[in-house]
Design a protein around this ligand. Structure first.
Ligand code: NAD
Ligand code: UDP
Length: 332
């Protein structure tokens, strides 16, 4: 299928483009490069042997989108969004404009062009503090701890309302848990600007000696070692989940919701230990106070994706650490 990939130069988008090319699809990237580099396109070509079409474009530019869409598409995967939780609390309007208005603008352009198959990057953040674990797709959503989380809840609602109004839409809401790692070649990966706010990129920099130590946010949660539990999932597994959704859901109208995780939780200290063991590098840490807005524990029930998409994550925490480290130590 010919697929428009918004945010396709970013972390998850670029790995998905690699998987799509590997599965015989034709991805076309649209990205405004607000959090990515154009050189990613060349890296994708190096990995796959195919250089995907690339347009530097903002999804809020409806006219520009329509021109790209004129070439004809079967589907769209919508990754483009701002994603820093901390930044979203400081600049909420920028987040609502980029993420929510950007999605509305994209949907208008897609509708005009007759593309009604959308795979959307949602997040486990829509569940808020889970009441039971593991988290299933039918658990209620509706409360977020920050504007970033609210944009995801709102965009899901926009998509549900659109599909109700026009049942010819086919929408997949993929709720990612904690995507980490990188392509095994070390050629593409996560490239946060400045000091990383997410755990694994932060650990990678500590292991590389670029940051002195990791601050572990909270040691008194009701978890096996007192530190937060998350469902870390390899970014290539997440990428393959997108291909599975595209292949399986084509032609099936409706709103389809899937968790993308491994179904296993790891504490912060387990991740630190796995990183040290995999890389042979020390990761000094200090336990500090809890980070506002963090939940104690979150991991996915992944049965629905397994049953309906025939998709299951196959890479373990050691592979996530090894690939993160390879990317950290590869020249950019
Ligand atoms: P990323 O920042 O690496 O990728 C997003 C890409 O979108 C970037 O390349 C950026 O330049 C582009 N972009 C942003 N706003 C744009 C706009 N208005 N027009 C065009 N391009 C724009 O982030 P990522 O980690 O790859 O995340 C991809 C998606 O997955 C996002 O929607 C994010 O909210 C969601 N998500 C990410 C995680 C995670 O842990 N990384 C977890 C859950 C959900
Ligand atoms: N975390 C931490 N130190 C850091 C970054 C994260 O202890 O510098 C913890 C955080 O409290 C959470 C887990 O690591 O328990 C995952 O956090 P991340 O920001 O990567 O993802 P989130 O689940 O918040 O989206």
């Amino acid at each position: 299928m010919r697929v428009l990939i918004t945010g396709g130069a970013g972390f998850i988008g670029s790995h998905t483009v690699v998987s799509l090319i590997g599965s015989g699809h034709e991805p076309v990237i649209v990205d405004n490069l607000s959090n990515a580099r154009e050189s990613v396109v060349g890296r994708i070509a190096e990995i796959t042997g195919v250089r995907p079409e690339f347009h530097r474009l903002d999804v809020r530019d409806s006219e520009g989108l329509r021109r790209v869409l004129d070439a004809g598409f079967d589907a769209c995967m919508h990754f483009a969004a701002l994603k820093s939780v901390g930044e979203s609390t400081e600049e909420p309007l920028r987040y609502y404009d980029n993420n929510v208005s950007g999605t509305v603008s994209l949907l208008e352009a897609l509708a005009t062009s007759g593309v009604r198959f959308l795979v959307f990057s949602s997040s486990a953040t829509v569940y808020g503090e889970p009441t039971t674990l593991p988290v299933t797709e039918d658990m209620p959503t509706g409360s977020a701890a920050n504007p970033y989380g609210w944009t995801k809840i709102m965009m899901e609602q926009v998509l549900r309302d659109l599909q109700l109004a026009d049942p010819t839409w086919n929408v997949a809401l993929l709720r990612y848990f904690n995507p980490v790692g990188a392509h095994h070649t070390g050629l593409i990966g996560e490239d946060p600007q400045g000091v990383p706010s997410n755990l694994m990129p932060y650990i990678a920099r500590v292991a590389a000696g670029l940051l002195p130590h990791l601050s572990v946010f909270g040691g008194d949660y009701p978890t096996p070692d007192g530190t937060g539990v998350r469902d870390y999932v390899h970014v290539m597994d997440v990428a393959e989940g997108h291909v599975a959704a595209l292949d399986t859901l084509a032609g099936r109208r409706g709103v389809h919701v899937y968790n993308l995780g491994t179904g296993r939780g790891h504490t912060v200290l387990e991740v630190v230990k796995a990183y040290e063991e995999t890389t042979g590098r020390p990761v000094p840490y200090e336990i500090v106070g809890r980070r506002p807005g963090d939940v104690a524990a979150s991991w996915a029930n992944v049965d629905k994706a397994a049953e309906e998409l025939s998709w299951r994550a196959s890479r373990d925490l050691a592979a996530m650490c090894a690939d993160s480290w390879r990317w950290q130590t590869t020249a950019r």
